[in-house]
Design a protein around this ligand. Structure first.
Ligand code: EPU
Length: 348
């Protein structure tokens, strides 16, 4: 990257403190707000394969900034949302990568296209949604995904990924595997969702069922489910605008069936969810809670008092403070339960 030749829209020494929802202090040597594919094409000349000095930023809601970044941050701000197709079974709805996720979901519901309601109020952008395959209350973005367009910085052209090409998993996709995302090679520019005309409500998740019952709603429509999801999230999860956080800080760990059996013998209340592949998913929040970390701080960071899985910045934290708490929680959960917790956010 020859900084002297970079296009005019690239800024130098950009402050990232307001661009990550954990509110960590950091600067990027170079920063570009991207609103068009043409800008990406102009920057492709500076991309080198295997060079990790390009980082694609969305809402910054799943990001831990360890310190200053000596590369180019591509802040995705591409806008637009539209119905792009329709058949007997579905509406196909496309949005620019920079659109706010929650606003997009509420807009689809207002248009009368249900299907994304369970994912209401998840922070972040449309372009980031497929990267970690965001999910909540029995639904994942991948379940409603149709296709996306990404700009390949290495070849200087737009490419299409269908659902199989994205290799979605639990909080995972091809863009998190093999370092693709950190490389900054594939920059997602828009995403198309397939929203079902023969919609079925997904209200099996205990918290949502309880919320709907409390409101005496028997056959919930998509709007009512969205409202229930919003109420549940607001009661448990801190609003990043008020208490900086990145949502769940760890994955829910999946252990072998035999390990789960041993743990259940010792801890009969341990929440556990058998998986199709024979493994058993455990609730990281419960493990952290039982290890004594719920509502407990280490320096300026802590594990949230209403949901132990969420790491919060009480004010003035740095990346080093976050790493210290992460390691302390991992160590205590490992010691007490023999279970390894892996972090969910991307580290830069
Ligand atoms: N629990 C505790 N103590 C706690 C937190 C949780 O005992 O402090 C127990 C709960 O009582 C429950 C179980 O752990 O029995 C699971 O908790 P919850 O239903 O709140 O969900 P979660 O497994 O902690 C996951 C996702 C969330 C998503 C919710 C709802 C992951 C890592 N997290 O949380 O996603 O909103 O389910 O579907 O899969 C995110 O990814 O940022 C996120 C918030």
């Amino acid at each position: 990257m020859h900084a002297a030749d970079l296009p005019d829209f690239v800024e130098r020494e950009a402050n990232l403190a307001k661009r990550n929802t954990l509110g960590l202090p950091a600067h990027a040597a170079l920063y570009a707000r991207i609103t068009s594919v043409e800008q990406l094409a102009a920057l492709a000349d500076f991309y080198a394969p295997g060079d990790c000095r390009f980082f694609v930023l969305g809402g910054g809601s799943n990001l831990v900034l360890s310190g200053d970044f000596d590369g180019l941050v591509l802040h995705m701000a591409m806008s637009g949302r539209a119905l792009v197709g329709e058949d007997a079974d579905a509406w196909y709805v496309r949005a620019g990568a920079g659109e706010n996720w929650h606003d997009f979901v509420q807009w689809t519901l207002a248009q009368g296209w249900p299907g994304l309601e369970n994912l209401s109020l998840i922070p972040g952008t449309v372009g980031a949604a497929p990267i970690q395959n965001i999910g909540a209350y029995g639904l994942e973005a991948g379940d409603r995904f149709h296709a996306l367009t990404a700009f390949d910085m290495q070849r200087g052209e737009s490419v299409r990924f269908d659902r199989a090409g994205c290799r979605f998993g639990y909080r995972d996709s091809v863009f998190k595997q093999e370092g693709w995302h950190l490389d900054g090679r594939f920059v997602i520019t828009d995403v198309t969702f397939r929203l079902p005309k023969h919609w079925q409500p997904l209200t099996g998740y205990a918290d949502i069922a309880k919320e709907l019952a409390a409101q005496a709603i028997e056959e919930a429509d998509a709007r009512q489910i969205a409202d229930a999801v919003i109420a549940v999230r607001q009661s448990k999860l801190p609003d990043p605008a008020e208490i900086p956080n990145t949502g769940s800080f760890f994955h829910n760990p999946v252990v072998a069936a035999a390990t789960a059996e041993q743990l259940l013998a010792a801890y009969p209340n341990l929440p556990h969810y058998p998986q199709a592949d024979g493994g058993v998913k455990l609730a990281a929040g419960w493990l952290i809670d039982q290890a004594g970390w719920k509502g407990k701080d280490l320096g300026p960071v802590g594990m949230y008092e209403k949901q132990a899985l969420v790491l919060v910045n009480r004010g003035g934290a740095t990346g080093a403070d976050v790493l210290a708490l992460m390691q302390a929680v991992q160590r205590d959960v490992q010691e007490k339960f023999g279970v390894e917790l892996t972090p969910e956010p991307v580290f830069l």
